[in-house]
Every structure is written in C-alpha cells, then in structure tokens.
Ligand binder design. Structure first.
Ligand SMILES: [Zn+2]
Length: 266
C-alpha cells in the first residue's frame, strides 16, 4: 500500500483515503452497509441483484459516514468507453435520484457539495483533485478504457471545460487488480499495444502462454504524459484480488458480488 493511503474504520464502516487529497473522498470496501448474501454489506450497485431499498440505504450510510449530502450524489454509468461528462447543476443526482442520461465512465465537476462516484471490483477508479482551481473528477477504467485513453481524456476535459491546472492536479489510482493477479490471454496486451503503441511494453509481462498487464503502471504513465507531475500521481498499491477479504474482486467472485465506490466531493 502506498504510504499516503489510510484505512479508516468508523464502527462497521471501512474505507480508504489518501492524505494527498484534502477534500472529502473515499474508496469504499465491502463493509458498513445493510445488504445481505453476495452483496453483504455495502453494495453500491443497482445492477447486482440486490434489494433496491438496501442499496439506497447504503448510499445514505455512505453520506452519513463521509459527511456529504446524499441527495446530491451523482454517479458514473460504466460501459468501458471514453465518454467524460461535466456535472453541472442540472445533472446533479443523476443515477441515484434521477434517471441516468449519460453513458460516461468519467464525470468531473467544479460544483461544491456534489459527491461524484465511480465503481470498481477489480477495475481502476481514479479520483482527481486540483487544489488550484478546486475542481474534481472520478474516472473508471478497466483495461479497455485504459487502452482507449480515458484517463488522459478526463484530464483534458477538466482542463478545457473547468480550467483545471495540469501542473497542480492530483490523481489517486484506487484499489484494483494488480499485475501479479491480472492474468490475461494475448487479447489484452494486443489491444493495449494497438491503441497505445510500444510505450506499453515495459508494463506487460509474459508468463508461459499467459500475460500480466500492469494497468496502474500504464495509468500513471498516461497521467504524467498528460501533464501531471510525478509526485502528484499516486498509485494506491492495493490489490482487490489479494485483499478479497475486504474488497469484492470480480475475478475472485466470478461476478457474483456487490460493487465498491470511489467518491470525491468538493
Ligand atoms: Zn493481487
């Protein structure tokens, strides 16, 4: 685990934060909610076969634990693509208190008291915060989104539409499946190389007929190439598969699971 990461426990509620981000934020774990069965207990997904009212209660508990306004929580819609949307006042609450109108794996905002949330259970959720302009973002990327460049695109949209300064922007890559656990066939490294070129070679390891891709390493490099300084790009270093006692890992559970959230609120 990166030395700037903290594990916080309040009663049964457990989440991770990063000391580098001075605004309210969290990477949630399985713990602290009311769901049961495969979704026990803090499932934040409405598409996991969980009881609707339990998921709603979990969001209320998240708001309570983090001291954020649950009625203004705004969610990503994750389709492994590269759409980035700006959360303006007319979009607040989307995905939780009003129908989802976007298909955006990343959402960014300059609005205060507006928690924005992305989801993970092996995928990489990155929280972004710029202290110079007080702007924030959340970006979901599995290997498809990472290969397609959604992380640098999120930085571009923040810079172009919110005035975010790349040189002061901080990014934290949250708990996610890491290279030693992320075993794939050739399709994953081939897609990476096709879209990102030879720069991905140092992040791909061959083990017999299989491959291990360092998604976080690629993400860090892409963010630095997008103008962030090396000390402002933080890899949490936490593997969801190694720590499946605390996190839902898609691979470990074979998809029968709840889902965690990465949240940031100005
Ligand atoms: Zn692992």
């Amino acid at each position: 685990m990166n030395e700037s990461m903290c594990r916080v426990q309040r009663g049964s509620f457990v989440y991770y934060t990063c000391r580098r981000i001075p605004v309210r934020h969290a990477f949630t774990t399985k713990f602290g909610g009311v769901s049961t069965g495969a979704c026990e207990s803090l499932n934040l997904g409405f598409n996991r076969g969980d009881e609707l009212e339990n998921v709603r209660e979990n969001y209320r508990l998240l708001g309570e634990a983090l001291g954020v306004d649950e009625t203004r929580m705004t969610l990503t819609k994750q389709i492994h693509d590269t759409q980035v949307s700006v959360v303006t006042e007319d979009k607040v609450g989307m995905g939780l208190h009003r129908p989802m109108e976007w298909q955006s794996d990343a959402i960014v905002t300059a609005l205060a008291d507006t928690p924005i949330i992305g989801f993970y259970a092996d995928c990489v959720v990155t929280l972004l915060y710029d202290p110079a302009t007080h702007t924030a973002g959340v970006c979901h990327s599995g290997w498809r989104g990472m290969a397609a460049g959604i992380l640098p695109k999120t930085v571009d949209v923040m810079a172009e539409q919110l005035g975010t300064k790349r040189e002061s922007l901080i990014a934290v890559l949250g708990p996610s499946i890491r290279q030693e656990c992320f075993e794939t066939d050739a399709d994953v490294p081939e897609a990476m190389e096709e879209l990102l070129g030879a720069q991905v070679h140092p992040f791909i390891m061959e083990k017999g007929p299989k491959f291990h891709v360092d998604l976080q390493g690629i993400g860090v490099k892409l963010l630095q190439d997008a103008g962030l300084s090396a000390e402002n790009v933080i890899d949490s270093g936490i593997c969801t598969m190694c720590h499946s006692d605390e996190f839902w890992s898609h691979r470990v559970t074979h998809g029968v699971r709840g889902v965690q959230g990465g949240m940031i609120c100005l």
